[in-house]
Design a protein around this ligand. Structure first.
Ligand code: NAP
Length: 236
């Protein structure tokens, strides 16, 4: 089950396709019905199993319905919280509502999702819960105060959950994507930036998804909690 799925050339969609190829029935969720249905159809046409389910990650009822519906189809074995588009903004003129919205999508939504998921996984004492992080999860930068505060909150949540629930059999992972992703969000909004980074200057979708699936495949006696991914060009 993946919450935070948008365009086909995006991380949520790419992850959904990788999970389906690994044999999972994937629940694909985001706010835009047409987008998630497109990915579900693509998976089904390739012979995989997928269900599109609309949910807003910041709405307690909708997140609860998504998790209940996915669990009805079978035990949730892998759950990924991927929602959290960047929230850049000038700090001095930023409205309280904007700062709150970043927190709601990146942090509060992660709380709603994981609380519902963990309740299900605890009944079996197994399952993998992964969170998508960003450079902002570990590093503040000018113009990214809202996003950094929110993503750092999600990372802190993931650490608490790992320490509380790993001893109960639930693998909790946080994946730091340190740099821009070669996907729809960046290529359509920042073409000059894409050109300036050159070949392999942005992080490839398949490489990221393979890392998520690697964490999912780890045996219980060798779990990774946090991992970071960047291109060879990234200064860090
Ligand atoms: N793009 C990058 O360069 C980059 C870099 C580092 C880290 N990341 C992280 O990677 C993740 C997303 O990757 P991506 O940029 O490739 O985007 P993506 O996975 O293609 O799309 C994520 C989708 O999440 C959905 N979403 C947003 N808010 C939501 C909400 N409240 N409830 C439900 N769904 C919601 C949006 O679709 P709808 O609007 O249709 O709901 C959005 O298209 C994020 O966690 C982001 O912080 C991205």
């Amino acid at each position: 089950m993946i919450l935070g799925v948008g365009p086909v050339e995006g991380l949520g969609a790419n992850l959904s396709m990788h999970a389906a190829r690994a044999g999972l029935h994937v629940f694909i969720s985001g706010r835009t019905k047409s987008a998630i249905e497109k990915i579900a159809s693509k998976i089904i046409n390739e012979g995989g199993k997928a269900t599109a389910f609309c949910a807003d990650a910041t709405d307690p009822e909708e997140v609860s319905s998504l998790v209940d519906r996915a669990e009805q189809a079978g035990p949730i074995d892998l759950a990924v919280y991927n929602a959290g588009n960047a929230f850049p903004g000038d700090f001095i003129t930023m409205s309280p509502g904007y700062f709150e919205e970043a927190w709601k999508v990146c942090t509060f939504g992660g709380f709603l999702f994981s609380q519902n998921v963990v309740k299900k996984m605890l009944t079996r004492g197994s399952g993998t819960l992964l969170f998508t992080g960003a450079s902002a999860s570990v590093r503040g930068k000018p113009n990214f105060s809202a996003f950094t505060a929110a993503k750092a909150g999600l990372r802190a949540l993931s650490q608490s959950l790992a320490r509380e629930f790993q001893p109960k059999g639930i693998h909790v992972g946080h994946i730091i994507i340190d740099g821009g992703i070669m996907g729809e969000k960046i290529t359509s909004n920042y073409p000059d930036y894409v050109a300036s980074t050159g070949i392999n200057g942005l992080i490839g979708l398949d490489g990221i998804s393979e890392t998520f699936m690697y964490l999912y495949s780890q045996p219980k006696n060798a779990w990774t909690h946090e991992i970071d991914i960047r291109t060879f060009k990234e200064n860090f």
